[in-house]
Ligand binder design. Structure first.
Ligand SMILES: [Zn+2]
Length: 393
């Protein structure tokens, strides 16, 4: 997550940790109670509009301690985390159902609830967990709050860190990113590279979930809800689909930003807020949901990777990027499927190529000068599945 723009980034450093066998069950029990308490707290805070620390404390503190058996400090951490979750859910215009924590977990306030020492994490309450492996490059920066999760049989500790933002270089050109349903097209007036989206792969799991759900639902009552095993399988398929999109977005954004960095290009992307809002108005079906999710996650990870790597990022207005001639500005006409032609200057290109060239042009204008020259470096090493058309007018 990117927090603040004044020269610092908040990163989460993840590490696998392992509790001592004698205390493992007790810790897991606490984390399970914490999860239930957190879900209860988020709901209560939203229903009662209690988003300040004082209100949350009065509303929840006793219940969290008595009903969920949380120690005092843990109860405080719990409503703190619940406030953060409730606020971010309320601030999200496209919010769906109430957020729910699935995995057993616990939130840990820096210095009060945990500390890291000699290869161990010590938690309030006497738990000691051995650190199995972590990324040491951020060790010089102080630890912030942390979250311990239990997932797929493993304890994972995520520690947040404030690290200085790397300075951005002066770009020698632009790498434009255009998205459509099937592809992410990346390039500029000389080069083009396409990435497949993960929508079809993820859709497969959505369909499996749906099939299962249909099979076990009856008109009068949801029988599938009563069968814990079935319900679990359905929710596994849904999370699998989500995870496919998230992994894809992370990996693709990483490749795009690494490519830009190697060539000292700025990354330019369209502002997709309008597009996403328009897509949202369409009938809710799985495929559209996955497309929207892909766009939003890719946007998020591209921006994040750019900040982390010191790559300049430029966001341009999407208006007209796939209908205007990037050479002379005339309105393009459709020749055959997805191929466009300019009636004035004769340019002929694929719709995606046109979009990439227009995004590049808009970004260059925003950067306040023309940076591209015919001698710009060739990106021959980066287009294994290049399928763009040559762009000679
Ligand atoms: Zn033209």
């Amino acid at each position: 997550m990117i927090l603040g723009s004044e020269g610092a980034l908040t990163l989460t450093i993840k590490m696998r940790v392992s509790p001592e066998p004698s205390s493992s069950q007790a810790l897991l029990g606490l984390m399970r109670r914490y999860r239930e308490a957190l879900n209860y707290a988020v709901k209560a805070l939203i229903e009662n509009k209690a988003l300040s620390l004082g209100k949350a404390h009065r509303l929840l503190y006793d219940t969290l301690k008595e009903r969920y058996g949380l120690p005092s400090k843990v109860a405080q951490d719990c409503y703190r985390e619940a406030i953060a979750i409730a606020k971010s859910w309320l601030n999200n215009p496209g919010r769906g159902n109430l957020p729910r924590a699935m995995a057993p977990r616990i939130w840990l306030t820096n210095k009060y609830s945990y500390r890291v020492r000699d290869g161990y994490v010590e938690l309030l309450g006497g738990y000691k967990l051995r650190i199995i492996g972590w990324d040491k490059i951020y060790d010089v920066y102080p630890n912030g709050d942390a979250r311990l999760l239990f997932k797929d049989g493993k304890f994972i500790l995520g520690i947040s860190k404030r690290v200085p933002k790397p300075a951005k270089y002066v770009a020698r050109g632009v790498l434009a990113v255009d998205v459509n349903e099937k592809h992410i097209v990346v390039g500029n007036s000389q080069h083009e590279h396409r990435f497949e989206t993960a929508v079809e792969r993820a859709l497969h799991y959505k369909q499996l979930a749906e099939r299962l759900q249909k099979k076990y639902s009856f008109p009068k009552y949801n029988a599938w809800l009563r069968r814990k095993g079935i319900k679990k399988r359905i929710s596994r398929f849904h999370s699998k689909a989500k995870r496919i999109i998230e992994d894809w977005a992370k990996k693709t954004s990483h490749e795009i930003v690494a490519l830009a960095k190697r060539h000292q290009y700025a990354v330019a992307r369209e502002d997709l807020t309008g597009l996403v809002n328009n897509l949202r108005k369409l009938p809710k079906e799985h495929k559209m949901g996955l497309i929207i999710l892909s766009y939003r996650r890719l946007e998020h990870w591209i921006d994040w990777q750019c900040e982390k790597n010191g790559v300049p990022i430029i966001v341009v207005e999407p208006r007209g990027t796939s209908t205007t001639c990037p050479k002379c500005g005339s309105k393009l006409v459709e020749n055959i499927y997805r191929r466009l032609r300019c009636p004035r200057c004769g340019l002929e290109a694929d719709r995606d190529t046109v979009a990439v060239m227009n995004i590049e042009k808009k970004a260059l204008e925003k950067m306040g000068g023309s940076l591209t020259t015919p001698t710009a470096p060739q990106m021959t090493d980066v287009a294994p599945n290049r399928c763009g058309e040559p762009m000679n007018p």
